[in-house]
Ligand binder design. Structure first.
Ligand SMILES: *[C@@H]1O[C@H](CO)[C@@H](O)[C@H](O)[C@H]1NC(C)=O
Ligand SMILES: *[C@@H]1O[C@H](CO)[C@@H](O)[C@H](O)[C@H]1NC(C)=O
Length: 457
C-alpha cells in the first residue's frame, strides 16, 4: 500500500492540474479551451469577421446550410448524410489520382453511386455569388479546388436539377458567345463532340452527378470593378445530381480552365479563401495577392504529373498537445497529400490516423465517450460542460509551415474528432475543409506555394 501512495498522489496531482491549468489560462501550444456554447450555433448570421482590403477582389463565402446562406432551403443534413456524401467525394478524388484522370475524362463506369445517398445533400458546402452576362445576372455557385471548369445551368435545360435562382438565359445576354465545334478553341478543349454545331463537354463528378453542355464565352462579373470579358465557361443543358440549389460551380483547380488560371494575367495566378469557423459567420474568396503576407506560413505547392488540377502539399508530421507523433514522414509521402475545399473530414493514412487518435483519446480521457458516427470513431458527450479543453493539433508541412488548427478544425459540432482513416495505406491523404477553417489559405500558382494565415475570418 505504502508504495502505491506516491504514485496515486502523482495521478491525483496530474488530474487536478488538468482542470486548474485549463481554467486558469490557456497554453497555446498544448491545449485550447472551447466554450460548449460554440456547439450550438444559433440561427443568426453574425456576418463577416474579415473585411475587404482596398484594391482587393473580395467575395463573400457562405456555408449553404447556415443562416448566412441566401438559400431558401437551409436545412442542415444529418452527420450520417454528410459523411456518406463526403466518402463519395473522397473515393472519387482517390480514384482520379490513382488513374491520373482529369474531371473531364473520368467515365461514368468508374463511379459507384450509393443508392441510399440522401437527396438533401449538396455536393460542396461553400458558395459565392457572382454575375454572368450582359446585363449581369447574379448566380450562386459552389467553389471547388478539386475541379477546373466553371459552369452554370443554362436555359433551355429540361433535364436539370432544381436551383435557387431562375435559369441563366444566354439568349438574353448580348455578351454570350458559344464556341463552335469546328473552331481552333474547341480542338484544344476536352470535348465530347458537337451539339448543334457547338463545342460540347461532359463532366462526371464523384457523387454520380454529371453535367453536359456547351463551352462558351461570357462576361463574368466578380465585383463591380472586376469584370472579366470572354471568360470560358460551361453553359449546362443537361445536369443531374447533387448540386442541390446552386446555379453552378466555380472551379479553382490548377488546370487551364479554372477561374484562377483564366484570370492569371489580372490576378497574378493567386487566390485565397478563408472558410468560417461555423455556418453562422461568413468567409471570403479573394483574387490576387493578399494585402498581409507577413504572417503567412508557406509550403511548396507540389506537382503530380498525372493530376495537374490538384493542390498537392508535403505533409510531414502531426503534433497533438505540442508533442510530435512518431510517424515516419514516408507514411505520408507514399500516397501524397492534397488540400481540398470540397472534402469535409481530413483523411489520413491508417498509421497516421491511429497515432493521432490514440494521442487525442489519452488527452480527452476525462470526458465520457459517445457512440461513433460513421467513420468518426472518437466522439464525446460534452453535456453538462461549460468549457471543453482539447489538445492542440498541428499539421507540419514541408518548408517549415506548422499550422495549429483552430478548435473548429479539430472537433465536429457533434463532438467527434474531425479526422478519419483511409481504407488503405497507399491512398491519397486529403486535408479537408473542416481543418482549413479560419485560415486564409493562399494559393500562388506563379511561385508554386501555398500559405496559411491564422485567424483570418
Ligand atoms: C489602390 O489602387 C490605386 C489605383 O490603382 C492606387 O493608387 C493605390 O495606391 C492602391 N492602394 C493600395 C493600398 O494598394
Ligand atoms: C468557461 O470559460 C469562460 C471564459 O474563459 C469563463 O469565464 C468561465 O468561468 C468558464 N467556466 C467554467 C465552468 O470554468
Amino acid at each position: 500500500m505504502a508504495s502505491a501512495l506516491p504514485f496515486f498522489s502523482l495521478i491525483l496531482f496530474l488530474f487536478i492540474c488538468q482542470f486548474t491549468c485549463i481554467t486558469h489560462g490557456e497554453d497555446d501550444e498544448k491545449y485550447i479551451v472551447i466554450p460548449a456554447s460554440s456547439w450550438k450555433p444559433g440561427d443568426v448570421c453574425s456576418g463577416p469577421k474579415a473585411i475587404a482590403g482596398t484594391n482587393h477582389t473580395f467575395l463573400v463565402i457562405t456555408h449553404r446550410h447556415g443562416p448566412c446562406s441566401s438559400f431558401t432551403n437551409k436545412k442542415k443534413p444529418t452527420w450520417k448524410e454528410i459523411l456518406l456524401r463526403d466518402q463519395v467525394r473522397v473515393d472519387y478524388l482517390q480514384n482520379r489520382v490513382s488513374k491520373g484522370n482529369s474531371e473531364l475524362q473520368i467515365q461514368n463506369s468508374e463511379i459507384s453511386i450509393p443508392t441510399n445517398i440522401g437527396s438533401a445533400i449538396g455536393t460542396n458546402e461553400y458558395i459565392i455569388t457572382i454575375g454572368f452576362g450582359t446585363p449581369e445576372v447574379t448566380q450562386t455557385v459552389d467553389i471547388d479546388t478539386g475541379s477546373d471548369l466553371c459552369w452554370i445551368q443554362c436555359n433551355p435545360c429540361p433535364p436539370c436539377y432544381s436551383q435557387n435562382d431562375p435559369l441563366f438565359d444566354p439568349s438574353q445576354s448580348s455578351s454570350y458567345n458559344p464556341i463552335s465545334c469546328n473552331s481552333d478553341d474547341c480542338s484544344q478543349l476536352p470535348s465530347i463532340g458537337c451539339s448543334n454545331s457547338q463545342c460540347g463537354y461532359k463532366q462526371v463528378y464523384g457523387d454520380g452527378s454529371y453535367i453536359t453542355g456547351v463551352y462558351s464565352y461570357e462576361t463574368l462579373t466578380l465585383t463591380p470593378s472586376d469584370v472579366i470579358n470572354n471568360f470560358l465557361f460551361g453553359c449546362g443543358h443537361d445536369d443531374e445530381g447533387l448540386f442541390q440549389g446552386t446555379d453552378g460551380l466555380v472551379g479553382l483547380g490548377r488546370g487551364d480552365l479554372s477561374l484562377v488560371s483564366q484570370t492569371s494575367q489580372i490576378y497574378s495566378g493567386t487566390f485565397s479563401y478563408c472558410l468560417p469557423a461555423s455556418p453562422t459567420s461568413t468567409g471570403f474568396l479573394q483574387l490576387g495577392a493578399p494585402a498581409d503576407t507577413s504572417s503567412l506560413l508557406s509550403t511548396p505547392m507540389l506537382t503530380n504529373a498525372g493530376n495537374p488540377s490538384f493542390y498537392f502539399v508535403g505533409l510531414v508530421a502531426i503534433s497533438v498537445g505540442g508533442q510530435q507523433l512518431s510517424i515516419p514522414s514516408t507514411v505520408f509521402s507514399s500516397g501524397g497529400t492534397i488540400l481540398d475545399s470540397g472534402t469535409i473530414i481530413t483523411r489520413l493514412t491508417p498509421t497516421a490516423y491511429a497515432a493521432l487518435r490514440s494521442a487525442f483519446r489519452s488527452y480527452m480521457s476525462m470526458y465520457p465517450s459517445a457512440p461513433a458516427i460513421g467513420i468518426l470513431d472518437t466522439c464525446y458527450d460534452f453535456s453538462g460542460y461549460e468549457n471543453i479543453s482539447i489538445p492542440t493539433v498541428a499539421l507540419q508541412f514541408s518548408g517549415d509551415a506548422t499550422i495549429n488548427l483552430d478548435g473548429s478544425g479539430i472537433l465536429t459540432d457533434s463532438g467527434c474528432l474531425a479526422f478519419a482513416a483511409n481504407k488503405n495505406a497507399g491512398a491519397l491523404n486529403i486535408i479537408g475543409n473542416v481543418q482549413q477553417r479560419t485560415f486564409e489559405v493562399v494559393y500562388n500558382l506563379g511561385s508554386e506555394s501555398i500559405g496559411f494565415r491564422r485567424n483570418a475570418c
